[in-house]
Ligand binder design. Structure first.
Ligand code: PEP
Ligand code: MN
Length: 267
């Protein structure tokens, strides 16, 4: 793979380990990133941060800039949301992960530990180049119409621009199936892990689209070799302003954590 000097395992046989705020991704353990789809209030994110920490999460997620399909749905609390996320992460003792949708937001992300690029922005090359200049690791989600090679090319853009700390994330692709929100492509995990030294995690929440499928998809991802999971958790799913149908309660997340750690140990 001549065009993949930075991402290819050919040039870098050892796994890349990404360390952030006392947590690691790709070190042979399981990174467990959990939290709500979107930050809705200070109280909500602090409550959920403490609940996911108690359930075994190693990092806290929460969206402040939401790339919603409709302009008439909740778009996120933006700068205010990031402040609440940082506070919640500090109170719970968890590093934070949040999605950026435009490079003009970068100044607001200084205290966020991992910057997420969403599926819809995987090929926003201007954004990828800007993220090549930041000190934080980047969580790059697979575009739902993108091949493995395209995922790696996007990672290559970030790395060539100067940031070698990239985590890849499978989050489902668009197929003809409509029962699930997207089709979880479990093959991407061992395929990407063969092609690249970068860590590969899985998001079972967005392909499932329904909370009852999240446990089996999580366990399948870990069995396939995922370095971690990013799962949407809300303690009051009925009140969630975004992705309510796929929101898991903290006790259910805790039982997934227990089983996922056993599957990880078995493989
Ligand atoms: C999210 O993580 O909330 C999200 C919007 O995910 P994706 O970019 O994978 O759709
Ligand atoms: Mn979501």
């Amino acid at each position: 793979m001549a065009d993949f000097h930075l991402t290819s395992r050919e040039y870098h046989p050892e796994n890349t380990i990404i360390e952030v705020g006392g947590a690691a991704v790709g070190d042979g353990g399981l990174a467990l990133i959990a939290g709500p789809c979107s930050i809705e209030s200070e109280d909500q994110i602090v409550r959920i941060a403490k609940a996911v920490k108690a359930a075994g999460a190693t990092m806290l997620r929460g969206g402040a800039f939401k790339p919603r399909t409709s302009p008439y749905t909740f778009q996120g609390l933006e700068a205010e949301g990031l402040e609440y996320l940082i506070k919640a992460g500090r109170e719970a003792g968890l590093p934070t992960v949040s999605e950026i949708t435009d490079e003009t937001q970068l100044d607001l992300f200084g205290d966020i530990d991992i910057i997420q690029v969403g599926a819809k922005n995987m090929q926003n090359f201007g954004l990828l180049h800007a993220l090549g200049k930041v000190p934080q690791p980047i969580l790059l989600k697979r575009g739902f119409g993108c091949t493995y090679e395209e995922v790696l090319s996007s990672a290559e853009h970030i790395m060539a621009a100067g940031n070698e700390r990239v985590i890849l994330c499978e989050r489902g692709i668009r197929t003809f199936e409509t029962y699930t929100r997207f089709t979880f492509d479990v093959s991407s995990i061992p395929s990407l892990k063969t092609l690249t030294h970068l860590p590969v995690i899985a998001d079972p929440s967005h392909p499932a689209g329904r909370y009852e499928l999240i446990e089996p998809l999580s366990l399948a991802a870990v069995a396939a070799g995922a370095d971690g999971l990013i799962i949407e958790v809300h303690d009051r799913p009925d009140e969630a302003l975004c992705d309510a149908e796929q929101a898991l309660k903290p006790d259910k997340f805790e039982s997934i954590v227990e089983k996922a750690l056993k599957v990880k140990a078995a493989v």
